[in-house]
Design a protein around this ligand. Structure first.
Ligand SMILES: Cc1cc2nc3c(=O)[nH]c(=O)nc-3n(C[C@H](O)[C@H](O)[C@H](O)COP(=O)(O)OP(=O)(O)OC[C@H]3O[C@@H](n4cnc5c(N)ncnc54)[C@H](O)[C@@H]3O)c2cc1C
Ligand code: SF4
Length: 402
């Protein structure tokens, strides 16, 4: 059997790595590093140091090799949003959390409550690097105050999966690919860690953050003393702070024009941007215009919250009863309608994967998402997607050989 390191090399060669970091827990001689393109990738730092059975579990755990949709017993299933027990619009009752967080602060409020109630002794998640705030790092938080300090979306590479644990007294809040890898490693029982996730359109390059600050007239990375991507309002503004003052821009210009277009290839072929493997998944509960497109006008934050497991359902209900979050029912169709990127990516993914294969790329194996059926519902658009993917990959190959 191939070592974890040999299998990682294959995933990297196919450009199928999501940068989740879970392989560094299978071979402790690997570390996550920023590569030349600005994405985090596993790299050897010392001799092979594999945990028992690591080489065997890698192909099941690594999201660059495989992702399986979760189907908890008794759950309902939406073809584009995945399995669920209930869906709500949700917000943190604490106004400071609600204001500071990405959308309604539901995840931060739940994290703080898990820690205060003793249901979790620590939560692993992402936060700005205190020594270099332009970067994002994985952190372990132990208190409500630390949860508040790591609130908000960070549209940059970070591998929270490096902190993967199988301790049921731990919680992990991370991107869907990271949570899928931890779920594949720890299973679905009550002895797995509590898994929280959020809708994720993809991880942009770190270079995009740094270039955006420059384009706004801000300093070079080392001069940045604080940086947030959104929050402090909903959606809030991308803001970089330095000794020279602040530069900032709105959500549409930052995510929409500067950061979003640089998402890595694995995110473009992601079957699960909606956190299917989590106990609880959050999203923006955007309002939509007359044509059904989300609108990003500033207002009081609102998360959408999905209970994906019975454990997640119990946590959400208990957090509501404790006065930590407010809830009102949300129609899954309304949520799907306000997430055009998520729904169209999944709808045409089978076609995109075939385009990639024909273009010579190895792609991960996705099980249980019924992707072929979704693409087959719109054959003309699926064919257009297949051709478009193939054309872009061939053009990229041609540029590399010039
Ligand atoms: C890369 C990325 C893509 C996103 N794409 C979508 C999308 O397509 N649709 C949508 O509705 N919303 C998207 N979001 C926003 C996300 O869904 C919101 O965070 C969600 O609405 C939860 O809001 P909240 O106020 O409850 O979260 P908060 O209370 O602000 O908590 C957010 C939690 O996520 C953690 N976190 C932030 N950034 C990262 C990161 N890069 N990696 C791992 N953990 C992180 C924080 O540390 C914190 O624990 C994206 C966020 C990110 C980081
Ligand atoms: S996707 Fe995750 S587990 Fe797979 S190689 Fe990349 S960092 Fe490692």
């Amino acid at each position: 059997m191939k070592t974890v390191r040999e299998q990682v090399a294959k995933v990297l060669a196919a450009d199928a790595c999501s940068g989740c970091g879970v392989c560094t827990t299978l071979d402790r001689g690997l570390v996550m590093e920023l590569d030349d393109a600005g994405y985090v990738r596993p790299a050897p730092t010392g001799p092979l140091d594999e945990t028992d059975g690591a080489a065997k579990s890698f192909s099941r755990v690594c999201p660059g090799r495989q992702v399986a949709a979760q189907r908890p017993a008794r759950s309902l299933r939406h073809p584009l949003l995945g399995s669920y027990f209930a869906v709500w619009e949700a917000w943190a009752v604490d106004p400071e959390i609600r204001h500071r967080a990405s959308s309604g602060g539901a995840l931060t409020a739940i994290q703080g409550w898990l820690l205060e109630s003793g249901l979790a002794t620590q939560v692993s998640t992402a936060a700005p690097d205190t020594a270099r705030p332009v970067r994002t790092v994985p952190v372990r938080i132990m208190s409500k105050e630390e949860a508040l300090a790591s609130a908000g979306s960070r549209y940059a590479p970070v591998a929270v999966g490096q902190l993967a644990t199988s301790d049921p007294a731990h919680a992990i809040t991370a991107k869907p690919c990271e949570v899928a890898a931890v779920r594949a490693m720890t299973g679905t029982g009550g002895d797995a860690p509590i898994l929280l996730s959020f809708f994720c359109a993809g991880t942009p390059s770190q270079h995009a953050t740094e270039q955006l600050v420059r384009d706004l007239g801000g300093p070079e990375p080392d001069g940045i003393t604080d940086l947030w991507y959104r929050g402090r309002g909903w959606p809030g503004r991308f803001t970089a702070v330095s000794a020279g003052g602040e530069v900032s821009t709105d959500y549409d210009s930052s995510w929409g024009r500067a950061l979003g277009p640089t998402t890595q290839w694995r995110c473009k072929i992601c079957p699960d941007g909606v956190g299917e493997s989590a106990d609880i998944a959050a999203a923006d509960s955007w309002e939509t215009d007359d044509r059904g497109y989300p609108t990003f006008g500033e207002r009081e934050g609102r998360s959408a919250l999905i209970a994906r497991t019975e454990r997640g359902l119990a946590i959400i209900r208990a957090a509501q009863a404790a006065g930590v979050i407010g809830l009102r029912p949300l129609d899954p169709e309304q949520l799907a309608g306000a997430q055009p990127l998520q729904t169209s990516r999944r709808q045409y993914l089978a076609a995109r994967l075939w385009g990639a294969r024909l273009g010579g790329r190895a792609v991960p194996r996705y099980r249980g998402f019924r992707l072929f059926r979704l693409s087959a519902e719109h054959p003309r658009l699926a064919l257009r997607t297949l051709r478009g993917t193939l054309r872009r990959l061939r053009a990229a190959q041609h540029r590399r050989h010039e």
